[in-house]
Design a protein around this ligand. Structure first.
Ligand SMILES: [Zn+2]
Length: 392
């Protein structure tokens, strides 16, 4: 289990758990708590919500002197121990509670969910899953149980089960889970493709597109399958579909388009793709590929003209950097060359700090594209940072 993921999700899960607990208690036992006991309960929630663990522990320890059998106090203590990383103590409390006779259905569900959360935190995912599956339809803790199950299935790459759990949540809540389920189908499709089962992979890509017709990952997968079937022209057409809805993803397929163009023996297909991609996207890497393409064909004047108009129009730092590289190569040993070298060093350093990908949800930055953000675990939220590089 990724510790960053746990750290990011834990406060949300705990607060959600508390809110769920509060809802359950206010529903099941409204008015049944003695006044001092209610006060203790809400004060401890308040301390926990504000990450004041020591204060919460003080309040609960005092309450235990008078209400040591209280389910609320025991649950609060269990949550507190889990949040402090004392999983064994949390688990002991919840295990003793589950064995307590006379629990209502809601109370039993709550304790089961808490115990499952302990196991999840301890990395005992099978045990956690088994308990969560006991929380059935109509149960007050069904929704948080499904959310935790999805985390378990994602971490184990059990995509079929993740699809089923997310499908339940889609029906149970107003949230739309289609785009996430589409990503699960893409995971399976890529697995099928790696295993050589192109037919199954195509079915997965089609399923993903049915759930989310704008799923860039599914479009890329479809194009790859077209190319593998030898339909390179269709593959390029499929990838060009990204121009409309996902121009930020065009750079991801540029290498694939180039390979298909080479298979067709038609370099102009690649050049045309790059021209249209540059029109559709502000991604500066595509400009650089077009410049590289011109240079590779010996069209150095076209390459330089492309760069000059681009730098003048967009004040592009990466364009300027490439222009300096051309000038350095052209005037070796001259005074100008040394000046160009110096400026290029500066632009290179500025660029090095700013390339890569960034999650628009949590700001996680990485060198490569992740379909699921390693920081916040959201799907399809990372985009290239290079697209926004400008001098002004
Ligand atoms: Zn993120």
């Amino acid at each position: 289990m990724d510790p960053i993921w746990l750290l990011a999700l834990l406060p949300l899960a705990v607060i959600s758990g508390w809110l769920a607990a509060w809802r359950t208690h206010s529903h099941v036992q409204r008015g049944s708590l003695p006044a001092p006991m209610s006060e203790t309960y809400y004060r401890s929630i308040n301390f926990l919500a504000n990450d004041q663990h020591d204060q919460a522990l003080d309040v609960l320890a005092k309450a235990l002197e008078d209400y040591d059998e209280s389910l609320e106090i025991q649950l609060a203590l269990g949550t507190l121990f889990r949040r402090r990383g004392e999983i064994e103590r949390a688990t002991q409390i919840h295990q003793s509670l589950i064995a307590r006779p006379g629990l209502s259905r809601d109370q039993k569900s709550e304790v089961l969910f808490e115990l499952a959360s302990d196991y999840f935190k301890a990395g005992m995912l099978d045990r956690s899953e088994n308990l969560l599956l006991e929380l059935g339809v109509g149960d007050g803790f069904r929704e948080p149980a499904l959310r935790l199950l999805i985390q378990i299935y994602e971490s184990g790459k059990e995509w079929e089960r993740a699809i089923a759990a997310a499908g339940h949540l889609d029906r149970l809540t107003p949230e739309t889970w289609g785009p996430v389920i589409a990503q699960y189908h893409c995971e399976l499709g890529e697995r099928d493709l790696s295993g050589g089962d192109y037919r199954a992979a195509k079915a997965r890509a089609d399923n993903a597109l049915k759930l989310n017709r704008n799923c860039a990952r599914a479009v890329i997968l479809r194009g790859r399958l077209d190319a593998l079937a030898g339909s390179h022209r269709q593959a390029v057409k499929t990838w060009m579909g990204l121009c409309d809805d996902h121009p930020e993803m065009l750079h991801e397929v540029a290498g694939l388009v180039r390979a298909s163009s080479e298979s067709l023996g038609q370099q102009e297909v690649y050049a045309e793709f790059l021209k249209q991609a540059v029109e559709a996207s502000s991604d500066e890497r595509l400009h650089l590929l077009l410049v590289d393409h011109f240079s590779g064909q010996g069209r150095t004047e076209d390459a330089e003209m492309q760069l000059l108009s681009w730098v003048e129009e967009k004040a592009s730092l990466s364009g300027l950097h490439r222009l300096l590289e051309i000038r350095v190569d052209r005037e070796p040993g001259s005074t100008s060359e040394r000046d160009y070298q110096l400026v290029r060093k500066v632009t290179g350093k500025l660029l090095a700090d700013r390339v890569g990908y960034e999650c628009r949800f949590c700001g996680f930055q990485g060198k490569s594209l992740h379909w699921q953000c390693p920081g916040c675990r959201h799907w399809d939220t990372t985009a290239p940072r290079v697209a926004t590089l400008k001098l002004s």
